[in-house]
Design a protein around this ligand. Structure first.
Ligand SMILES: NC(=O)c1ccc[n+]([C@@H]2O[C@H](COP(=O)([O-])OP(=O)(O)OC[C@H]3O[C@@H](n4cnc5c(N)ncnc54)[C@H](OP(=O)(O)O)[C@@H]3O)[C@@H](O)[C@H]2O)c1
Length: 333
């Protein structure tokens, strides 16, 4: 089958379109004919080598973390899916590879594709949808009447997060640049701050939750707009010791993680704020909950651009510019 692989780590390295062997289908796996994949900054960060310590993929390997497609084969112990099902997924770490024609995925990481979405729209959802679910529902336990600050409301994560937070009954503040103000308002944002003009720290106060996706400076400011006992969940680092436990890191990596987040944890503690790092994980059950929200019209995909499979490198470059409005998708079939 055809696949875009990382041959060598590096910021300037391009993925190579290559013929590789079809995936092996284990007992609890389904084999998926890929129709669409979406691009995440995680793909670029992995190719650059920035995740080597946490996810030590050995080159050559196929990149890609989001998929929508059709089941073409099921393992002997698969119980939830059958050949012909239309599914979507964020395959688990160490089993990625959606920039390809086929992928085999453990059925526990898969959900039925929302019936009202095209394959391209469906592929745009899993990684960002699960990230937001794990941040706002699992970690923050965001409740009706609470105030949440979602940074970069016009991005892949932000466009999904605004919609889910509104559904949960929260008041939503977000940052974006002037060109995207109407977009984030249309998704339900209550307070929109043009980050090029205004400083959110002077506008927002006593927030219950922050979803941090930007740099350390923004993270530090975020600590100061949260009320004591509130939560700041960062998806852009620094990783904390709990994350080390979650991924079963060795002692050396655990020390590094402790060191990387020591400063921010100290500042958070001083302010009585709960800081935690989140690295999203594959989760078919949660994705099924997301399917329901999409089918009932609560959450709509926000798509920027669809690239043909052959232009996967161009799609990655586009996302790396950091200006995407919603998600960027690759059409494989
Ligand atoms: N830990 C995890 O599990 C996890 C999961 C998903 C994503 N992430 C990380 O979270 C970050 C966001 O991901 P994403 O997929 O949402 O990115 P994205 O879609 O590429 O974000 C692009 C958007 O960010 C906005 N933006 C850029 N700089 C901004 C700033 N200073 N303030 C406010 N908005 C700004 C841009 O709006 P303008 O054009 O208006 O500037 C654009 O719409 C990335 O670092 C990604 O790696 C982590």
């Amino acid at each position: 089958m055809k696949a875009f692989i990382v041959n060598r780590y590096g910021k300037k390295e391009k993925l190579q379109l290559t013929e590789i062997a079809e995936p092996v289908v284990k007992e609890t796996d389904i084999l998926v004919q890929i129709y669409s994949a979406s691009v995440n900054l995680l793909d670029s960060k992995i190719r650059n080598g920035e995740f080597k310590l946490i996810l030590p993929y050995k080159a050559p390997f196929t990149l890609g973390h989001d998929v929508a497609g059709i089941v073409t084969e099921v393992g002997t112990k698969v119980s939830k899916f059958k050949v012909g099902d239309e599914i979507y997924a964020r395959p688990a770490d160490h089993r990625i590879g959606t920039f390809a024609e086929l992928i085999s995925i453990n059925e526990k990481d898969v959900a039925m594709k929302p019936k009202n979405l095209s394959m391209a729209e469906a592929a745009s959802i899993p990684l960002v949808g699960l990230t937001v679910w794990q941040a706002l529902v699992e970690k923050a336990n965001l409740k009706k009447g609470q105030k949440v600050f979602i940074q970069a409301g016009s991005g892949g994560v932000g466009t999904f997060a605004i919609q889910l937070a509104k559904h949960l009954g929260a008041t939503v503040a977000t940052t974006t640049s002037a060109a995207n103000i109407d977009l984030v308002k249309s998704l339900g944002a209550d307070i929109v701050i043009d980050y090029k003009k205004d400083d959110f720290e002077t506008i927002l106060k006593d927030y219950d939750v922050v979803l941090n996706s930007q740099d350390v400076k923004t993270l530090e400011k975020s600590l100061r707009i949260v009320k004591p006992g509130g939560k700041v969940i960062s998806i852009s680092g620094p990783p904390d010791p709990d994350f080390g436990q979650e991924i079963n890191a060795n002692w050396f990596l655990k020390i590094i993680l402790k060191f990387l987040s020591a400063g921010i944890r100290k500042k958070a503690k001083r302010l009585g704020v709960n800081f935690s790092f989140l690295f999203m994980r594959a989760q078919g059950e949660q994705l099924s909950q997301i399917t329901k929200l999409i089918e009932s019209g609560v959450i709509k995909p926000v798509m920027d651009k669809v690239f043909p499979f052959e232009e996967t490198n161009e799609a990655m470059s586009y996302v790396e510019k950091g200006r995407a409005k919603g998600k960027v998708v690759i059409k494989v079939k």
